[in-house]
Design a protein around this ligand. Sequence first.
Ligand SMILES: Nc1ncnc2c1ncn2[C@@H]1O[C@H](COP(=O)(O)OP(=O)(O)OP(=O)(O)O)[C@@H](O)[C@H]1O
Ligand SMILES: [Mg+2]
Length: 235
Amino acid sequence: MLISIFSPKGGVGKTTVTLALAESLSKNHRVLALELDFSPGDFISLLPSLDPKKNILTYKHDILSAVQRPQGKNFDVVVGGYPGEDRYIKREDITRCVEILKFKYEYVIVDIQPGIVELVVDVLQQSDKVLVVAEENFITPVARINALLDWVQVNNLSDLRNFVFIRNKVTNKELVYIDKVKHSLKLVHDVPFYKKLKGYDDKRLQKNIRKLAGVLQNGTFRENKKSFFRRIFNI
Ligand SMILES: Nc1ncnc2c1ncn2[C@@H]1O[C@H](COP(=O)(O)OP(=O)(O)OP(=O)(O)O)[C@@H](O)[C@H]1O
Ligand SMILES: [Mg+2]
């Protein structure tokens, strides 16, 4: 299963969710987390004992040689490159690498950097699920997601039926903005805002992400919950 973690907005928790999900699913599945982030990404600093030179760029023609196992972990990773290096990799290289990894692992989870959308449109297309990470504290991040999904749809780049929302850093259970925008994707999961989060393997986050892992394994997605007030007035 190929799962892309995606958002046009930085800092919303894509890497945290990617690694938390990899940690959770790796308890009983073969899992690889692929970093498609050249900004640079955070895998190298968040995971122990990785070699930054062994990355998707240097091994784009032999991707299995870029696979590394972080010390003490039960999942594998392929790390991304440095800023500007994405110009040395083509859309078809990424597509081929993902195809190979998909063949070898039960779950490939892709952490996608906001600015490289054109490079990864095939990956979005190939994905069984695209988890669009949304923070609802302001309208701008949600509006930007909406505009990006519009671009995807207008250019016929991917099937939006596979795109779902997960809300991160949730402080208010009620939906604030995401059910108001045009592309109101199905909301499949909420991750609360955790004070002093220790990282992707924080026990509170792991407990929460186990539910998301379960949903992905069973394919059971719940409908968007609208408040009583909004249902009555249809807003
Ligand atoms: N549910 C949460 N509760 C509290 N803090 C969180 C939560 N999720 C993520 N964070 C924190 O938010 C910050 C940004 O998270 P993260 O690096 O995963 O975002 P990102 O979307 O990958 O960012 P970038 O676009 O820079 O790659 C980190 O400090 C992380 O610990
Ligand atoms: Mg990140």
